[in-house]
Design a protein around this ligand. Structure first.
Ligand code: P6P
Length: 335
């Protein structure tokens, strides 16, 4: 890329669309709506600390408006933008029990976590938005069905996240690799900053909440001990890095290599993370970047969903690290 050549997200998507002569442009318009909502959420996230001025959520602010929790506000912002854009037929959101029909004359379903890691907001840690896009199964114009929103991850047409960190980035895939765009406040647009992201096949970072160690399976315990063991030939011990915000932990591992784990435990066998709007989109991205993502028994994207908000155990990251983990899980299962 020539020096000083700025490629905005809209330009990049338009160029990508040219590769598909038959495309209607509906997906590009959907990304337009997601981009707009992301910029508005970014504005509000950056003000989150100003509660003394803006008011604590649940209170009434100086304008006489009820101050919403940021994750509820983010949900409303994304749904409003998708509704106005008219290219989304339904939204499955972590913030709503059932899916929300938006425009039955549109063909794309959006599954999303509008603001993941919101417990980190109060301590000013990095948080993010995660989204996953499917083509509806039912015919355009008919009522949207639960089956439209319960498709396996292999059916995704696109997935991505927005990370509200030291800078704000939008990272996405449509199945043609992974590209990252950084928000340039001076022009108010996302600009290509990380073209064709590939995760290293090996890494030296492991991310897991070790507070749950006593409740992990023997195989997971064995792998964590493997990560901690000293072995210079394989670059161990690895570094432990856990922010407690999926988008932040994922993004670091995507760029540097590593493995992220949210295993099942004796008290929560399915783990904590949601299949439809956390594990599937992140799995699409990691596989498109050359990594691997499994439940410990199968590829995450091949799980057949049965509930809108179902949880699955997740192990995802550098291909060789995830395969090493799977070998240790199988060894303890077989034993
Ligand atoms: P724990 C944040 O609440 C979240 O949903 C993910 O962003 C994060 O990876 C996980 O939960 C952290 O969970 O149990 O380790 O605090």
């Amino acid at each position: 890329m020539e020096m000083n050549q700025v490629i905005t997200l809209s330009q990049f998507i338009a160029n990508e669309q040219l590769k598909y002569p038959g495309s209607t442009g509906d997906l590009s318009k959907l990304f337009r709506d997601i981009k707009l909502a992301a910029k508005i959420v970014n504005r509000d996230v950056r003000k989150a600390g100003l509660v003394d001025i803006l008011g604590e959520h649940g209170t009434i602010n100086v304008q006489g408006e009820k101050v919403k929790k940021l994750d509820v506000l983010a949900n409303d912002i994304f749904i409003a933008s998708l509704k106005a854009g008219r290219d989304c037929c339904a939204v499955l959101s972590e913030e709503e029990d059932f899916f929300h029909e938006v425009n039955r004359n549109a063909k794309y379903v959006v599954a999303m976590d509008p603001l993941d890691g919101s417990s980190n907001i109060d301590v000013n840690a990095t948080i993010g938005t995660i989204f996953s896009i499917y083509k509806r199964l039912s015919s355009v114009g008919s009522p949207v069905t639960e089956e439209d929103c319960l498709q396996p991850g292999v059916n995704q047409v696109a997935a991505g996240y927005v990370i509200y960190g030291s800078s704000t980035m939008l990272v996405y895939t449509t199945g043609q690799g992974v590209n990252g765009f950084t928000l340039d406040g001076s022009i108010g647009d996302f600009c290509l900053s990380h073209p064709d992201i590939r995760i290293p096949v090996d890494g030296a970072i492991y991310s897991v909440n070790e507070g749950n160690f006593s409740k992990f399976s023997d195989g997971v315990k064995a792998y964590i001990e493997y990560c901690k063991a000293s072995d210079s030939a394989t670059g161990r011990p690895y570094s432990a890095r856990y922010i407690g915000s999926l988008v932040a932990d994922f993004h670091r591992n995507l760029l540097k290599g590593g493995i992220f784990m949210y295993p099942g435990t004796s008290s929560a066998p399915k783990g904590k993370l949601r299949l439809m709007y956390e594990c599937n989109p992140m799995s699409f991205l990691i596989e498109q970047a050359g990594g691997r993502s499994v439940t410990g028994e199968q590829r995450i994207m091949e799980v057949i969903p049965t509930e809108l908000h179902q949880r699955v155990p997740v192990f995802m990251g550098s291909k060789n690290m995830v395969e090493q983990l799977e070998q240790m899980l199988n060894a303890t299962t077989v034993a």
